[in-house]
Design a binder for this molecule. Sequence first.
Ligand SMILES: C[S@@+](CC[C@H](N)C(=O)[O-])C[C@H]1O[C@@H](n2cnc3c(N)ncnc32)[C@H](O)[C@@H]1O
Length: 237
Amino acid sequence: MASSGEPSQDKIHHYESVNDIPWDIQKYWHQRHDIFSKYDDGIWMTDGAWFGVTPEPVAVGIAAHIATVSPTITTIVDAFAGVGGNTIAFALSGRWERIFAIEKDPHVLACAKHNAEIYGVANKIWWIQGDCSDVLKKRLARVVKEAVIFGSPPWGGPGYRDAAVFNLSTMQPYTLKALYEPFSKLSKTVVLFLPRTSDLNQLAKYAPEDKDLCVMHYCMHGASKALVAYFGDFAFD
Ligand SMILES: C[S@@+](CC[C@H](N)C(=O)[O-])C[C@H]1O[C@@H](n2cnc3c(N)ncnc32)[C@H](O)[C@@H]1O
């Protein structure tokens, strides 16, 4: 599947049968059509990406909510693009003049580009392989001031599920502070995708003095999948 100059295919898969799949991702494979409705068209994943990909209905909901930001903001940056769950939804929304997708793992980025092709939106997205903190500060320094920064960082593995209240100051490899503080210096509009049990008191510390901080749960099949914290001027219903 990979052509010359692209990452080798050994870490990229389109699994068609549960028998081909490592045991620890079989549960996610059964949810494949919730994750990508076009899975059967040949979606690519790395084995690690199954744990963190945003399911399509959740990604579409988030894209619709972010779209309510001031119309003067026409650029969005997906700082942790993964295999493209959120990036593709941003592109499908038709709301953005420019979409940048940053991903540090070249195999994962190759999956995202390929998946965006399946959804017919790959050419609406600028793909950047690298560390988002470098890319935002250097390559995107000029555009990011007037952009939404969306971040769905790794949460440190499935252990987050065991916590009744998830401590965002122990999130690995990036704590809430390590994410929010640099991002908010670059843009006034920051959206973070976080574990559903995230400690709201820790988020509230970053609420602007004179404004509400909006936090939304996104549910599927009657259960919250994640919460999203919206810093900036959004016009939610
Ligand atoms: C939870 S996943 C994102 C999932 C994505 N929203 C999706 O739907 O596919 C987090 C991604 O961030 C990438 N990542 C981790 N640290 C990064 C960094 N400093 N810069 C850019 N990408 C990073 C990981 O390789 C991983 O693919």
